[in-house]
Design a protein around this ligand. Structure first.
Ligand SMILES: Nc1ncnc2c1ncn2[C@@H]1O[C@H](COP(=O)(O)OP(=O)(O)OP(=O)(O)O)[C@@H](O)[C@H]1O
Length: 255
């Protein structure tokens, strides 16, 4: 079966610095794919490329059989790629429910004028979106009691869940998570890892950046290891994590 997402010979240069140097990688449909590597290896830069936030200096991106390299961020979202950020990005004044609804507009932006000018059909569409947002909030483990709270007043772990619900609101085929477990305690990490498994169970592939090797080992179906912007290893977690070159890359450099 063909990959859901393929990056071919992707290069990213920032001035004189080559942050990504000719990367090939493929994310399989329905898989949890870990992108790992020492600090500064280029992981976030790759995630930014794969979601259209950075246009690569060279290389090709094929998603679901279609070239997407020339699209803008909204084009990536409309094709079915959704993401969260390393530093949580929720708008200060929005409630939890509103924050999740933003995710729908990121993909289905043409529905916004219809909601303003439209009649019964538009109102029905809006009701369906609100119902979907409630469903997703339940899915990510947030109860009814938080929906009207300002999202930024929630605990850090709960804000992460809101972000994931927002990303899922665009009905993605691939969810990309930049360090979703950062700053969490062991229990919260396990809870988010379980949530990621539930996302996979819905048939949505997940690409995630993570530093906790225990979690990576138990959660991921496949790993790509970056070092200095290049692919150091790629394959099943057990094989990759026992590779001496990967262990050497991590020695003294993990967080
Ligand atoms: N916008 C930018 N302009 C210039 N250099 C950048 C930019 N973004 C990233 N870099 C550089 O590119 C390299 C890769 O950075 P990147 O953030 O992708 O690494 P990372 O593997 O995600 O690191 P970490 O694990 O610390 O988050 C680093 O040397 C970084 O300083």
């Amino acid at each position: 079966m063909t990959a859901l997402l393929e990056a071919r010979q992707v290069v990213v240069r920032f001035g004189g610095l080559e942050a990504v140097g000719g990367l090939d990688m493929a994310v399989a449909r329905g898989a949890i794919h870990g992108l790992i590597g020492p600090n500064g290896a280029g992981k976030t830069t790759v995630l930014n490329v794969l979601t259209g936030f950075i246009r690569p200096t060279a290389g090709r991106l094929v998603f679901d059989g279609e070239e997407i390299g020339g699209l803008n961020v909204n084009g990536f979202a409309r094709r079915g790629l959704a993401r969260t950020f390393q530093n949580i990005r929720l708008f200060g004044a929005m409630t939890v429910l509103e924050s999740v609804l933003v995710g729908a507009h990121q993909r289905f932006s043409s529905s916004a004028p219809a909601l303003i000018f439209g009649g019964r059909a538009a109102r029905a569409a809006e009701r369906a979106m609100i119902a979907r947002a409630h469903e997703l909030l339940t899915f990510v483990g947030l109860g009814r009691e938080v929906v009207d709270r300002v999202a930024t007043t929630l605990s850090y772990g709960h804000q992460r869940r809101v972000e994931i619900a927002r990303a899922l609101m665009s009905s993605p085929k691939l969810l990309l998570l930049d360090e979703p477990l950062a700053g969490m305690n062991a229990l919260e990490k396990q809870e988010i890892a379980d949530l990621v498994r539930q996302v996979r169970a819905q048939g949505i592939a997940v690409l995630l950046i993570e530093h906790d090797m225990q979690i990576v080992r138990s959660l991921c179906d496949h790993l790509t290891v970056l070092e200095y912007g290049k692919r150091l290893a790629d394959g099943a977690p057990e094989k990759v994590l026992s590779d001496p070159a990967v262990q050497a890359a991590y020695l003294g450099r993990t967080r």
